[in-house]
Write a protein that binds this ligand. Sequence first.
Ligand code: ADP
Ligand code: MG
Length: 611
Amino acid sequence: MGVIQELPELVINKIAAGEVIERPASVVKELFENSIDAGATRIELGLEEGGRKLIRVTDDGVGMDESDVPMAFRPHATSKLKTSQDLFFITTLGFRGEALASMGSVARVRLVSRLRGAPSANAIEVQGGRLGESKAAGAPEGTTIEVANLFYNTPARQKFLRTPKTELGHVMDVVTRIALPHDHIHFVVTHDGKPVLNAPPTTDRRGRLAAFFGADLARELLAAEGGEGPLRVEGFAAPPALSRSNTATQFLFLNRRYVRDRALSSAIREAYQGLLQPGRYPVLFLFLQMDPREVDVNVHPTKTEVRFRQARRVYAAVLQALRSALAAADLAPPLRPTGPVPASWEEVRRAAMAPGQGPGRGSLTPPLSQGEREQEGEREQERGRAPGLPFAEAPDHLEEARTQPRSIPAPSLDPFAGAAPPPPFFQIHNAYIIEETPNGFRVTDQHALHERVLYEELLRRSLEAGVEAQRLLMPEVVQLSAREAAVASTILDQLRALGVQAEEFGERTLAVHAIPRLLSNVDVGPLIHDLLADLEGEEVAASVEQRRQRLAMALACKAAVKAGDRLRPSEIEALLARRAALGTRAETCPHGRPTSLLFSLDEMERQFKRK
Ligand code: ADP
Ligand code: MG
């Protein structure tokens, strides 16, 4: 007898659920899409415990009649596709007929629906895939679906759910992605009975963006427009100054569906070419409209990739829209002030050997003239830092060294008595420090090492008395996206220990009262957005300790000197002195990259064929 059997329906649905339903956010996505397909103008979402306990979606769409109520839970049952031809012209968000069947197999689901114009509603419950009886019920026109105790019968999946705050964050991502392109629909979200979002319908896109990302950001956005014929691109791009440390605030929509696409990403990079530092990403919201026959959305339902038939035209249209937005705002590439042209070895050697200069240890970069000194001070202020600030916490004697170069008395037997000792260190390309070592030389990445030094210090102080904070003259009010707000509320205590004193101030707003003294001249808004962006990865939200480390890392990175910063010899000296105190930990930056590379004499001699 053969061994092949057809799988029971419940098993099929559970398998489908594995693909479609990953966490509360995926349930919300499916339910919202159904409500939109049903023509809703108002969609309300109620969550308990980040959706782990309960997700309730109520809409005022067309509703379902008595016979459709149980049908909705049948696998591959849909009202949206009739023939296979329809697959090539999809205008609805759903069409696979899998979502409700999947939910019914992994949660306790209750559906109440009243067809528009019908006298009463019908209700049905589904639990563990078993459909209850449909009963008449009282309810307004439209549909309410409650999904409770997600994965109660699949403990392996339940284990993967995160804290309510993290799940809420994911849900708010989904809500944002769906609500932005549907600005004619009123969206309301509550969590554990508290309001999280209220976005009334609007014809003003900027207004909707303000509801999600705050009026401050919305005000700064530059309108973008492009495309030709049936391909239209419109939306907004933020000026480069409002860049973020990741791409989470880049929203691309195709026919009102959130998408990600490589061609589109490269068009964005191209448009901002030369306007942003490496590792910074523009904030933007672009809405593309095109003939649905030109796109293949029949990819996996939970994926956001699309396939364009004419990717090149889409690329060109997006690039054009962004370029025109940036050009209209007359954005010249922000020329980052760079230090004076790095001195050649020869110049430096001469400066070091010149009699009467009395350069002390550490003053081996060419001494700055008075004019250069002033310029450098100005440059540092332009960069938003008081001169010497990154080392403001250097021990006092180093502070002194900065203002009064010491001379080291030359040993009497030295044939070069009176001349300066050979250079023990030296900065090149305003980025690396070269030091002579007993067996060769060492090249140190100034940013990486400073990052490690500050990181260790921030961590240590956050555990002890707390990081020294500097109060702002006026509290800075930072508007957060719904997603950021969910993250922010969980880390206020850790931020405080690290010197960032902030409190929740109304819905989705933080009032920042103090920031670490190390960062006293950094812009507060971008700092907060970057800190929150860094915590969006959920693995980070796992433990308090990890979050503390991640925050310290982000602060250290912000505060550390950058490649391109010219350092004073005394600053280099202070930095190297602090490395010595850290031992082996100083070998890598907090992200794990090496801080320095050693080159041995041995190796050099081999290369020069001396050996
Ligand atoms: P799909 O959306 O792919 O068709 P679903 O399992 O999500 O599959 O839904 C099955 C069917 O149930 C839909 O095709 C639709 O007819 C009906 N339905 C689901 N949700 C709603 C709703 N909120 N309002 C009206 N009808 C709905
Ligand atoms: Mg659906």
